[in-house]
Write a protein that binds this ligand. Structure first.
Ligand code: NAP
Length: 276
């Protein structure tokens, strides 16, 4: 029977939470990974190997699948997928009913979003603005030097807890609703990175020095991550002058989950071991 939910990006920040929430709901889950030897997943899931950027590698993966969560990018530099139409064609041919897509929030709309919107699938696109999980990137410097180094440390952001996003996606995949919608999702409060760092400082009972990176320093760091020039331009412009939806709290999570979204304080509690 076609009742499995496939999750792409399941080893990543958001996909991992989608899987966690689906398993809590008792769903049969298939995870898609490019390399199962290098990844670990919960014991209950079925693992299939494949690369969304090379459609020939995912032939047959949708056979038992009624709903799928997809990503819009490929690889570690978040290049927009150019294979979206082919992947969606395969899903339609296999009678997949429902699909959620995590937008590629780096200023580039890829074919995946366009292909699902043009299809007869029941689609929802998720547009989270910023992840609280980005603060995990500070962990090593906080542990080792009690410092965070970040551009635009006073910019406002209504970051979302990755578990809330995973829960929203799981809910839509299993119960439907929100079809043909692009959902902009935020957390429950507006905090700057400086205030986030202060919250971590308080939680670990240690002073953390905040050093604001210049634009040149931020670009130098992003270059070491392999980001393309265009992506860096987008990111820095977003940091310097965030769009209103990035710092305007909305009720999306609460209205879908029927509970308040998690706060940054909750996130720190959930991740405190990273900073000690
Ligand atoms: N950070 C933010 O604040 C923020 C805000 C809004 C939107 N976003 C967007 O969120 C996305 C990143 O999500 P994330 O943080 O959950 O990702 P992540 O933690 O970087 O994980 C990436 C995942 O994608 C999978 N993957 C990559 N290329 C693939 C391919 N060609 N075929 C199949 N799977 C592939 C990887 O799986 P395997 O390695 O196992 O194959 C991995 O699980 C980006 O598009 C980013 O622009 C980020």
């Amino acid at each position: 029977m076609k009742n499995k939910v496939l999750v792409a990006g399941a080893s990543g920040t958001i996909g991992r939470e989608v899987v966690f929430e689906l398993l809590k709901m008792g769903q049969d889950v298939i995870v898609l990974t490019r390399n199962k030897e290098q990844r670990s997943f919960p014991a209950q899931v079925e693992i299939v190997e494949g690369d969304l950027s090379i459609p020939e590698t995912i032939v047959g993966v949708f056979t038992d699948v009624s709903a799928a969560h997809l990503i819009a990018f490929s690889g570690e530099t978040y290049t927009p997928l150019s294979s979206g139409y082919k992947v969606v064609e395969m899903m339609v041919a296999e009678n997949v009913e429902r699909v959620t897509v995590l937008w590629n929030g780096e200023g580039k709309t890829g074919t995946m979003e366009k292909a699902v919107m043009d299809s007869r699938l029941e689609w929802t696109i998720l547009q989270p603005q910023e992840y609280m999980a980005n603060a995990a990137g500070w962990a090593k410097n906080i542990r080792e030097r009690r410092v965070i180094e970040e551009p635009c440390v006073d910019r406002p952001t209504a970051a979302i807890h990755e578990n809330d996003l995973g829960a929203v996606i799981a809910q839509i995949l299993v119960y439907g609703g929100h079809a043909s919608k692009i959902l902009t999702l935020t957390g429950p409060q507006v905090l700057s990175p400086r205030k986030q760092a202060l919250a971590i400082s308080k939680a670990i009972e240690a002073n953390i020095t905040i050093r604001e990176l210049s634009e040149a320093e931020a670009r130098k760091r992003w270059a070491t991550w392999g980001l393309e020039q265009e992506t860096m331009d987008y990111l820095y412009a977003w940091y310097k002058n965030p769009p209103a939806e990035g710092y305007t709290v909305n009720q999306g999570v609460a209205s879908i989950l029927g509970r308040s979204p998690k706060t940054f304080h909750d996130w720190v509690k959930d991740n405190i071991q990273l900073f000690k």
